[in-house]
Design a protein around this ligand. Structure first.
Ligand SMILES: [Zn+2]
Length: 213
């Protein structure tokens, strides 16, 4: 049997489930509605007016929180009267000699640099849409970058590691968490929320058409 390509609906009108590749015809959803894959139940489309505005606001807040997270004290250790306050920047610098240099670079990259690059790329890609302007010419590249970097931005994994270490250290010293700790917690929550409300398909479409999704 041969398939006449002209008889198929245009590919631009179809969306594929990111999980099982089932094809669907795209339909406009009413505001607040969600469309799931009938085969595997994965979320395909959402129609949330204001999602892009929220994502840009979250990303901007994330950048401010990251500046706070690296500059304020992160932990304060007290062992028999000996005080030691440390910031994330100090912790990274502690490895920055001899064999520790690759570790310092990796920590800085995964915990600080890549999460910030992701946030800035998102603001660059979606910022103009919030103002009702056309996206920058590099907006698609920037949004693709935020997607590519997602597995490599590991601020949340860092926080899991810190929490485990805190439980261990708590028996040996009096540990006080500093403002940077809470800034990091807020940053992780914001990043997770942002990834939750991000509907890739709607964003690509908004970047294609230049209109707010
Ligand atoms: Zn599916």
């Amino acid at each position: 049997m041969t398939i006449d390509p002209d008889a198929l609906p245009p590919l631009d009108d179809m969306i594929a489930c990111p999980h099982c590749d089932t094809l669907y015809m795209e339909q406009d959803l009413p505001d607040g509605a969600r469309a799931y894959c009938r085969r595997c139940g994965v979320l395909l489309l959402t129609s949330e007016p204001g999602a892009i505005v929220r994502m840009v606001s979250f990303a901007s807040a994330g950048v401010v929180l990251m500046i706070a997270a690296i500059s304020f004290p992160f932990l304060d250790l007290d062992v028999q009267g000996q005080h030691n306050a440390t910031s994330v920047l100090h912790a990274i610098m502690a490895f920055s000699s001899g064999k520790g240099i690759p570790l310092a670079i990796a920590v800085a990259l995964f915990i600080v640099v890549l999460p910030v690059v992701r946030l800035l790329a998102l603001i660059h890609a979606l910022g103009p849409l919030v103002r009702g302007a056309r996206p920058h010419r590099s907006a698609r590249v920037a949004f693709a970058l935020t997607e590519q970097l997602r597995p490599w931005a590991m601020a949340e994994i860092f926080m899991v590691g810190v929490s485990v270490a805190l439980v261990k250290v708590a028996g040996l010293a009096t540990v006080t968490v500093g403002p940077a700790f809470w800034a990091f917690v807020a940053l992780v929550v914001i990043t997770v929320l942002n990834d939750q409300i991000m509907n890739r398909y709607s964003i690509w479409k908004a970047l294609d058409t230049g209109f707010r999704a």
